[in-house]
Design a binder for this molecule. Structure first.
Ligand code: PEP
Ligand code: MG
Length: 586
């Protein structure tokens, strides 16, 4: 049956593929294709794991003390029964041999299918057996993790072609990932994966999960509410990342239409790629700086490819996430920063100090649910200042890396003059520590992110102490409008064109320029082509965005007359309904 689900468009383009449902808790399970010749070995691997778990449970059962409650023995029986269930083993075998999934992926896929069957059962006793199934699958996964695998996952799994034989049973079919929720760390793991599109039930347009999807430059829809409950494993799904729609099991006519749109999109990209070496200058000769936002040093390749003139935001926290709380030490961080510097081939790299917290927990398990209001809690610079050894380690690594190339150091979420003073004192201290150890370090330009309204409304100390400002509109919007950027329930209120947001933004740009300090925007607004003319009109000349957006924004810049846009932009922000005024201007 064909149906569609509406969500939020977060990463443009069209993806068509078969659904792979991933439970949020299982996102860290390895997903890769095995070679067909390895299928037998892989089936054997999972058989060995299952037999080991059976043996373990049997032993526990045998050694059960006489006084143990009879329910316990019965429970172990259920576990054994589930492990030996034909549906589980034949399903797993199917995913391995017919689809070439690795063992871990195969068993979690089959679990998802069986779990859904349990959910639909009338009998509450049977329905509750889902938890038992989950436990046995967990045990098998744990065993697989511990046992050496004869089948090695490829170092980086590249996406399968989008041209797979659609609706046929070809092995080379593209896959789209559907999940209830994915943390930014999970997304990072999928960054080099085989999926051609993503859809999640939860999340807002500028949630970090959406931001990583955008950086992967593959179509994605978030906030699609019940997508992971309605879509079934292996369903065909069209992800329309432009409109924010999922079409499940489309008819051949719809499929043909979207196939056409997909090709149009590819042609458009090809056309834009010709602008790569064109300098970003407006019609009236104003130079505009287009910088890249990156999450990992390896993203610099895409940045250089897109013609970025530097990195305007390296979200260093991605080096800290998904490591079971084991933070990277100074040397590991230094190496990562140097890789980014080398990747940019002499262009400047702006490294933002760690911004952990809110929707970017260190680990999925460590989601900050226990904090009442994580977005207002110990996040970003607050977290850094609360843990001086961690912060000093990062600062030393950045300062050392600065000896290897042009580095700007950017500090997130500052609001208080006190925080500014503490941060600068920490930087001085880190430098002194390096001097004491006789270690080389380099000069850095110091920048502050303006992403809390309090900062935008009291710029003086920022402009006095920092060399440049960078406006984080994602958070500036969240905190000005008091809506959680990651919560799809209030996503309709997330409005970059709210007059209050535009006023803060316009004043920050104007005040910085008046003081002769460079200012850029590195929030998602900078990469939104619908905003380019307005931002140019407000005087902005430095934009930082995902590499995938640079060429489209450059096209807007090349077509704009910045001088003429100034009066118009002032009118737009003074209007009661800037969105309407923007539209009216065409
Ligand atoms: C922002 O808030 O706009 C920003 C760029 O930082 P992040 O999205 O990482 O919070
Ligand atoms: Mg931010």
């Amino acid at each position: 049956m064909s149906f569609s689900i509406h969500g939020l468009a977060v990463s443009r383009g069209i993806a068509i593929g078969r659904a792979v449902l991933v439970a949020s808790s299982r996102a860290d399970v390895a997903h890769y294709f095995i070679d067909p010749t390895q299928a037998e070995q892989e089936v054997q691997r999972i058989r060995v794991a299952r037999d080991a778990v059976v043996a373990e449970i049997t032993r526990v059962q045998r050694e059960l003390p006489k006084e143990a409650p009879p329910e316990l023995a019965a429970l172990l029986d259920v576990h054994l029964m589930l492990l030996e269930d034909e549906q589980l083993s034949s399903g797993v075998k199917h995913w391995i041999t017919d689809r070439q999934y690795n063992a871990e992926w195969a068993i979690t896929t089959q679990y998802e299918i069986l779990a859904r069957q349990f959910d639909e059962m009338q009998d509450p006793y049977l329905r509750e057996r889902k938890a038992d199934l989950e436990q046995v699958v967990e045990r098998v996964l744990r065993f697989l993790k511990g046992a050496a695998s004869p089948v090695q996952p490829p170092a980086a799994v590249t996406g399968r072609t989008q041209q797979g034989e659609l609706l046929g049973d070809s092995l080379d079919v593209p896959l789209v990932l559907v999940a209830h929720d994915l943390s930014p760390a999970d997304m990072l793991q999928f960054k080099q994966s085989l999926f051609v599109g993503f859809a999640t039930d939860v999340g807002g347009r500028t949630s970090h999960t959406a931001i990583v999807a955008r950086s992967m430059d593959i179509p994605a829809v978030v906030g699609a509410r019940s997508a992971s409950a309605l879509i079934e494993q292996d369903d065909w799904v069209i992800i329309d990342g432009d409109a924010g729609v999922l079409i499940v099991n489309p008819s051949p006519i719809i499929l043909a239409e979207y196939g056409f749109k997909q090709r149009q999109g590819e042609l458009e990209r090809e056309r834009l790629s010709r602008l790569r070496h064109t300098p970003a200058v407006t019609l009236d000769g104003q130079k505009v700086e287009l910088l890249a936002n990156i999450e990992l040093p390896e993203d610099t390749a895409a940045a250089v490819n897109a013609g970025a003139v530097g990195v305007g935001l390296f979200r260093s926290e991605f080096l800290f996430m998904g490591r079971g709380g084991q933070l990277p030490d100074e040397e590991e961080q230094y190496q990562a920063y140097v890789r980014a510097i080398e990747g940019m081939q002499g262009l400047p790299v702006t490294i933002r100090t760690v911004d952990i917290g809110a929707d970017k927990p260190l680990d999925r398990g460590a989601r900050q649910d226990d904090h009442l209001n994580p977005a207002l809690g110990l996040r970003a610079i607050r977290w850094s200042l609360a843990d001086p050894p961690m912060f000093l380690t990062q600062l030393r690594a950045i300062l050392r890396a600065a000896a290897r190339g042009q580095v700007n150091l950017l500090v997130p979420m500052l609001a208080h003059a006190r925080e500014i003073r503490q941060t600068i004192a920490m930087i001085d201290h880190a430098r002194a520590q390096l001097d004491n150890k006789g270690m080389a370090h380099g000069p850095v330009k110091l920048g502050a992110m303006i992403e809390v309204p309090a900062a935008a409304l009291s710029l003086k100390p920022f402009l006095r102490h920092f060399d440049f400002l960078s406006v984080g509109t994602n958070d500036l919007i969240q905190y000005t409008l008091a809506i959680d950027r990651a919560d799809e329930a209030v996503a309709h209120l997330y409005d970059p064109l709210h007059p209050a947001v535009l006023r803060l933004l316009a004043d920050t740009i104007a005040e910085s320029h008046a003081r002769g300090k460079p200012v850029s925007v590195c929030g998602e607004m900078a990469g939104d082509v619908a905003m380019t003319r307005l931002l140019l009109g407000l005087g902005l000349r430095s934009f930082s965005m995902h590499p995938s957006q640079i060429l489209a924004v450059k096209q807007q810049v090349l077509r704009a007359d910045a001088g003429k846009l100034q009066a118009w932009a002032e009118q737009v922000i003074a209007s009661d309904d800037p969105a309407q005024a923007l539209l009216a201007a065409g």
